[in-house]
Design a protein around this ligand. Structure first.
Ligand code: GAL
Length: 420
């Protein structure tokens, strides 16, 4: 015979399952969205998504975690998943999507993708990033280019300087600026920002094949090569071009330094352009966008939202709505105009995009044809979290000490081997 409390428990369970059934018939699409878009332009971009979602009947639960590059957010995500309470939608990228899918943490969006025809509107390159075992587990919002120099034309004019086309020209310009009392490089000393500068130098000095051999194949001869030593030599020079207060500075504050003419250049992905635009600055006039020297290379980064396993019908409806909206043509235009990136979806009208975005689109095309297109290591497209972490540790330690390039390449090789 069942006790009273057992009976009560059964009854409650029955009642709540009836209630859940009732709700599921008219689910209220809800999504807790975990992201790290907290700078001025990023907040505008994410607000566009929130407003679109709400206008379509969704309930948006905002979960921002400040910290550029997403390292702080990644820690929050791990603990949320471990405690069995993942957010419905999470801004993650590249190999991190594959790792979470491998761990069985992501929902399957394939049916929705078929209904919406995603295979026809997404370039194969991005499909590879957001599919796991042939199934859609995430949706891409954009394509960000990493290898950019953002320059203040007035600062360059003060020394009769031209945007550099080689790293030697970069150094010559930086030396001139420094001699004129202008900080050449606005930089934020955070591992992901050090890594961002580092990977542009790797591509510039080694080329795409070298880049992939080092970061994807983890080829030890490449990692310990003379070319890699030259990369660290250049990083040592860069260290001499930043101001005294660079340590720990957020990337968007470094961008402001260029806007205000407190520094001449910043090496950063085109989320920095979002900040210039949000401040009303005009490309080609108030700021210049010039690819870092690399002979036609292109470092690709792409933000996506992955949909984590959730059980409530409201959350599932929220994920489907969000995914559908993200790949919509209108949203892809609005969001990317704020964000500084270019659309992930093919065929979005380009009229409203500025000259930097158009350059990104054209250079992406030509780099992909010439084999000079690479995925970002610092932004987790080419390297897993563990490998990226190992590389950034060494790059940051080198940047903040007097470590020689010979020692740096040995340390890099060790760190990568350990992380494998
Ligand atoms: C990148 C991300 C961008 C931007 C930037 C600064 O990794 O892809 O969307 O947010 O970090 O946080």
């Amino acid at each position: 015979m069942k006790s009273f409390t057992q009976k009560l428990a059964l009854t409650t369970a029955l009642v709540s399952s009836i209630a859940l059934g009732a709700v599921s018939a008219q689910a209220e699409p809800t999504a807790e969205v975990l992201h790290y878009w907290t700078s001025g332009s990023e907040a505008k971009a994410v607000k566009a998504l929130k407003e679109d979602f709400e206008a379509n009947g969704g309930k948006w639960v905002d979960a921002p975690v400040a910290g550029g590059g997403g390292d702080a957010q990644a820690a929050v995500l791990r603990s949320r998943v471990l405690s069995g309470n993942p957010p419905a939608a999470v801004q993650i990228k590249g190999l991190s999507i594959q790792e979470w899918a491998e761990a069985g943490a992501l929902g399957d969006l394939t049916k929705l993708g078929e209904e919406e025809g995603w295979d026809d509107v997404l370039p194969p390159l991005l499909q590879k990033i957001v599919k796991h075992d042939g199934k859609y587990v995430a949706v891409p919002v954009n394509i960000h280019r990493v290898d950019w120099i953002w320059a203040n034309p007035k600062s360059l004019a003060k020394v009769d300087g031209e945007p550099p086309r080689t790293w030697d020209e970069f150094n010559a310009l930086a030396d001139k600026l420094q001699a004129a009392g202008i900080t050449p490089l606005a930089h934020g000393g955070q591992p992901w920002q050090d890594g961002t500068v580092f990977e542009t130098v790797v591509l510039g000095m080694g080329g795409a094949e070298f880049f992939n051999k080092a970061f994807i194949e983890k080829d030890m001869a490449t990692i310990k090569s003379d070319t890699m030593k030259k990369v660290f030599d250049q990083m040592r020079k860069m260290r001499g071009y930043v101001d005294d207060d660079f340590s720990g500075r957020d990337w968007n504050l470094a961008t402001s330094m260029v806007m205000r003419g407190e520094a001449a250049m910043q090496i950063m992905g085109d989320w920095a352009k979002g900040e210039f635009l949000a401040a009303g600055k005009v490309p080609g006039k108030d700021f210049l966008c010039v690819p870092t020297p690399s002979n036609g290379g292109y470092i690709l980064n792409s933000d996506s939202f992955a949909m984590f396993n959730v059980s409530s019908e409201d959350d599932k409806a929220g994920q489907a709505l969000l995914a559908r909206l993200i790949l919509g043509e209108k949203f892809q235009e609005t969001f990317n105009l704020y964000k500084g990136s270019i659309p992930a979806r093919m065929g979005v009208p380009t009229e409203k995009f500025d000259e930097c975005a158009v350059k990104s689109m054209n250079d992406l095309q030509s780099a992909s044809e010439s084999g000079a297109l690479v995925g970002s290591m610092a932004h987790e497209i080419a390297a897993s979290g563990a490998i990226r972490g190992a590389i950034l540790d060494v790059v940051t330690e080198h940047f903040n000490s007097d470590m020689t390039s010979d020692v740096a390449v040995e340390r890099l090789a060790e760190a990568i081997e350990l992380a494998e």
